[in-house]
Design a protein around this ligand. Sequence first.
Ligand code: PHE
Length: 338
Amino acid sequence: MSEIDVSEIDALQTEALAAVAAADDLDDLEQVRVRFAGKRSQLNTLQKGLRDLDPDERRTRGQQLNALRQALEAALGDRRAQLAEVALATRLEAERLDLTLPPRRLRPGRPHLLTQVEQEIIDVFVGMGYRVAEGPEAEAGAFNFDLLNIEADHPARQEMDTIYVEGFDDVVLRTHTSPVQARVMTTTPPPIAVICPGRTYRADAVDATHSPVFSQVEGLVVAEGITMGDLRGTLLAFSRRLFGHEREIRLRPSFFPFTEPSAEVDVSFEGAGGNHGWLEILGAGMVDPNVLTACGIDAERYTGFAFGIGIERVAMLRHGVADIRDLFEADARFLRRF
Ligand code: PHE
């Protein structure tokens, strides 16, 4: 007859309870349970062996083994509850949202400075009753030059200034938006009051004040009885709307092939410390009768004025931008200022 040594039971209990206490997560604990209380555990083997003992010993050892099993199961239960609590706490901590954290700042997009200035200029003229007219950027030489009285030998037509479109007979990237005005005059009977915003191109090298791509808003009014006084009044009203109501303008004689007389127009400024003077903002003039006639308008009956505003220049003057390249390099630090 085999015997069960009481010290074996004590040792098993010590070992089993230590293993339960040492289990540090629920998976671990399940392995401990299988090992010490499962079907193939030493405890099971011992309990099965009880039947080979004589009745007295079987009772004592049986009670001891049952006590061991109960102690083991109680310990397993307690440890399981503890570990479940730890697991829950860990998960809550890991998934915690700190609602007091400031949110990441969203920076909404906005129109580019040039678009803003162009829109402001358009708004001023639309407010005076002008229509907006647009035309192609790749333009026929006829509209860009011929109808505008710019003759074949005019310096502006040389390769140096004009970008020609390869593969076409007489197609250029328009050097101003005046061809849109020619398009309007050839298709619309007076009275005409239009502004022509858009991109324009010249074969200029890039520097702080030149860019081969730039933008203009040009204006044209043709009707009976239009005079230089109308031009001056219009440009004064425009300058005050855009730059401030205290501004004055002055017209200096100039030359453009499509206007006669022609003028450069300056707007007054008062800077810091009594600094004041004039800034050139646009070119203008009375539409040359040759241009009206070429576009099919009766030059005996109608007169008109035209003007051309460089958008980059206005944006730079108004916002203190010293380098035109800032307007074309999409540097967010610059763009954010406007
Ligand atoms: N077309 C001229 C330019 O591009 C500007 C202008 C327009 C001047 C109308 C006079 C009248 O420089």
